[in-house]
Design a protein around this ligand. Structure first.
Ligand code: NAD
Length: 401
């Protein structure tokens, strides 16, 4: 079995390493963060993912996996490092691929002929080609001597082990040899279909999928603001509209969060700013929905003040970026709560998926409902589903009922 070196041991790289190790590969996991590496080598993890700890312990025990802070020689390198964004001056967010190139630089010292380099990080179009050019400059290897492929990740945090194995995947090499070799590798761990294409198309597939979701959520969010204006129940409206055989409107919420849908559309927009009005506008509509929600909450609080002569205690239910997970990256609910705290509102917060959040004390949702003057449901967690929406002090911003 070939030896695999995985760079980046986060939500994607660590479960991927463990799955390959469980399938008989010898896997070396690399992370530049020594604390993470030390923790992983003792069988502990820094991320919350069902079954991860047990599976990690088992591959450490049978020595099919070990973590390090620097790469060593291997047959295959998988890059799963972050690709965050930098806020640009023109209102467009630009992808930051520096960590990909740092990872590539680190492997350039150990790369040898016939290696296969697979990029899994979400990336702007052309990144696979650019890492090849970078390696060629450093080592002189051609794309026939060292193979390059892009294989985007589609897993859902919370269900990663199931989806890593069962999801269909798109795999695009710089050459057809590279595509075939990458498919051969993923075939060892995937039972879903593996679709071959070129690297550029595979890069665009990943960005297109998340832009599609963002645009569709933006439509639901825009409709929800109109409904509020004309005093219509948006959830009833969407339910009735979706009885049309070819209509499927998504649920509106407080915005869009997470590490993918809220970021990836900018990767296309920043590369093609003049031909992406729809993608950019959808991003802005979804960002605006969060601001709209903050203003709405403030208005409701002001009306309470006018009627009662005192400021209300605001109960906020949910902190994470979507229901039933512990991930707060790019979370609209978190942004709303930060804004309210900044404006000196007194809050009581419930988040059933977190034990604590920074300095803020978290409460059981029933206590929040009982003690707060006004309650805002920001995330549709399963725990909140039993809350009676006919209670006048409860405002549902995520269609939980
Ligand atoms: N998390 C998801 O659900 C998800 C889904 C699909 C795609 N992706 C994409 O996968 C990529 C990785 O995301 P993630 O959520 O796993 O990130 P993460 O932040 O959880 O983990 C990335 C890890 O990479 C390490 N790292 C940074 N630079 C490094 C380097 N030069 N060498 C070795 N390690 C390095 C960091 O220390 C960190 O531990 C991103 O491009 C992301 O957009 C993520």
């Amino acid at each position: 079995m070939p030896k695999i070196c995985v760079l980046g041991l986060g939500y994607i790289g660590l479960p991927t390493s463990v799955v390959f190790a469980r399938h008989g590969f010898k896997v070396i996991g690399v992370d530049i963060n020594p604390i993470i590496v030390k923790k992983i080598n003792t069988g502990e993890t820094h991320i919350v993912e069902p079954n991860l700890n047990e599976q990690l312990k088992s591959v450490l025990k049978n020595k099919s996996f070990v973590a390090r802070t620097s790469p060593i020689e291997a047959d295959i390198f998988i890059i799963a490092v972050p690709t965050p964004y930098i806020v640009g001056e023109n209102g467009i967010f630009n992808p930051d691929t520096s960590m990909i190139f740092q990872a590539i630089e680190s492997i350039s010292k150990v790369i040898k002929k016939d290696n296969l380099i697979i990029l899994e990080s979400t990336s702007p179009i052309g990144t696979t080609e650019n890492i090849y050019k970078f390696i060629q400059k450093k080592t002189g290897f051609t794309s026939e001597e060292v193979k390059f492929a892009y294989c985007p990740e589609r897993v859902l945090p919370g269900n990663i082990f199931n989806e890593l194995v069962h999801n269909d995947r798109v795999i695009g090499g710089l050459t057809s040899d590279a595509t075939n070799q990458a498919i051969n590798i993923y075939e060892q761990i995937c039972s879903g279909n593996l679709y071959a294409t070129n690297a550029k198309t595979a890069e665009m597939v990943k960005l297109t999928e998340n832009s599609f979701r963002d645009i569709n959520i933006a439509f639901a969010n825009e409709i929800s603001i109109i409904c509020d204006e004309i005093n219509i129940d948006v959830n009833e409206l969407i339910k009735l509209s979706n009885y049309h055989p070819r209509v499927n409107i998504l649920n509106p919420g407080c915005g869009v969060g997470g590490h993918c849908i809220a970021i990836d559309p900018w990767f296309i927009a920043s590369q093609f700013p003049d031909i992406t009005p729809l993608i950019q506008q959808a991003r802005r509509v979804n960002l605006k929905k969060t601001t709209w929600t903050i203003n709405k909450i403030k208005k409701i609080a002001a009306s309470f003040y006018n009627n009662n002569g005192r400021l209300p205690l605001l109960g906020c239910l949910g902190l994470t970026f979507k229901p039933n997970i512990d991930d707060i990256r790019e979370s609209p609910a978190l942004k709303i709560i930060h804004e309210l705290i900044k404006d000196d509102f007194k809050l009581m917060i419930s988040e059933p998926n977190l034990l604590r959040y920074k300095g803020v004390k978290l409460h059981h949702y029933k206590e929040v409902i009982q003690k707060s003057d006004l309650v805002f449901i920001l995330v549709a967690h399963k725990e909140f589903k039993s809350i009676k929406s006919d209670n006048e002090k409860i405002y549902d911003f995520c269609g939980i009922s």
